[in-house]
Design a protein around this ligand. Structure first.
Ligand SMILES: Nc1ncnc2c1ncn2[C@@H]1O[C@H](COP(=O)(O)OP(=O)(O)OP(=O)(O)O)[C@@H](O)[C@H]1O
Ligand SMILES: [Mg+2]
Length: 298
């Protein structure tokens, strides 16, 4: 299996949404695109899905001709970020409808739909109207429609939004399972959803890849550059301007800071164990994107 994303750039008028993105996937696995709001994740996914034309660059699946999307379309499953369901249809009706739109033969649909619903643990609700589904169940329907054609390449754009903690856990297990025979490209800005299960983390900021590595390599790299210290309110400004602050938590005397820095800040911080989130903050250049990154979960 081979998916090549070659120097993809997309301009919207004067806005550069993605710039010279180059990625090669040669084995099944879970590949996570991590980036703040507006980083370019959805644009890249839409280009891979063939819904948006890149300004320059191309996608090749297997050994297809550079301009052709045909092979890829046949083996592609896509869950868009703004996926909506028809609330009045049951799961079965909705999936049959999507199957028809995708051109999956009727017989195959009849066979695959129950299979997929069982696999996703929503078979018992198959005749319930989607309007009555919980957020997590609707998300599963989104994944079910993406799996209808038994895709080899699965694009999931922010699939964990709206899931509660137990649904998130189930979903992680499902992803691990599915990634054994598919190339899954998943976008998110929630580190905890992907840190333990990704084969590769691709950090993107302002349309560019800023870092690409396995979680274990990221953790190795971050080992000696995460620091914690308590500061007074008076020192806040100084630290804010000088250092790359991951967290700032209020305490009695001022704040407790978590900082990523090559050197021990002011020589008085305590080195602490780093995580993937620290790594993201270390590599991100656009520091004012931090708040977006935190907005949803923290
Ligand atoms: N159709 C469009 N027309 C103009 N600009 C666009 C369009 N789609 C996206 N953009 C811009 O391109 C940039 C990348 O947007 P994109 O939706 O790909 O980001 P994202 O990483 O998916 O963000 P989010 O986390 O909010 O979903 C943003 O600055 C966005 O405003
Ligand atoms: Mg998006």
């Amino acid at each position: 299996m081979k998916l090549e994303i070659s120097e993809i750039t997309k301009y919207y008028k004067s806005k550069t949404a993605v710039e010279k993105i180059k990625l090669n996937f040669e084995t099944p696995g879970l590949y996570s695109l991590l980036g703040a709001n507006g980083a370019g994740k959805s644009t890249l996914m839409k280009i891979i899905a063939g819904l948006t034309e890149p300004t320059t660059g191309y996608i090749v699946f297997e050994n297809e001709n550079k301009k052709g999307y045909r092979n890829l379309k046949k083996v592609l499953g896509y869950l868009p970020q703004d996926f909506g369901v028809y609330e009045d249809l049951t799961a079965i009706e909705f999936l049959e409808y999507i199957g028809a739109l995708k051109g999956v033969p009727g017989k195959e649909c009849k066979r695959r739909i129950p299979e997929i619903l069982k696999y996703l643990n929503i078979f018992d609700s198959r005749n319930k109207k989607l309007g009555k589904y919980s957020g997590g169940m609707k998300q599963r329907i989104g994944i079910a429609q993406a799996l209808l054609n038994n895709p080899k390449v699965l694009l999931l754009d922010e699939p964990t939004v709206g899931l509660d903690p137990s649904e998130r856990n189930n979903f992680k297990n499902l992803l691990s399972e599915m990634s054994s025979d598919k190339i899954i490209l998943l976008s998110t800005h929630i580190v905890s959803d992907i840190e333990n299960i990704s084969d590769l983390i691709i950090m993107i900021d302002s349309g560019k890849i800023i870092k690409k590595a396995t979680p274990s390599d990221l953790l190795k790299e971050i080992k000696n550059i995460v620091w914690e210290t308590d500061i007074t309110k008076e020192e806040e400004d100084f630290y804010e301007k000088k250092y790359n602050i991951v967290h700032k938590i209020k305490n009695e005397n001022g704040f407790k800071l978590r900082i990523v820095s090559d050197e021990n800040p002011e020589g008085k911080c305590i080195n602490t164990l780093g995580n993937i989130e620290d790594s993201y903050f270390y590599y991100i250049k656009n520091k004012n994107k931090k708040l977006d990154f935190f907005s949803e979960e923290r």
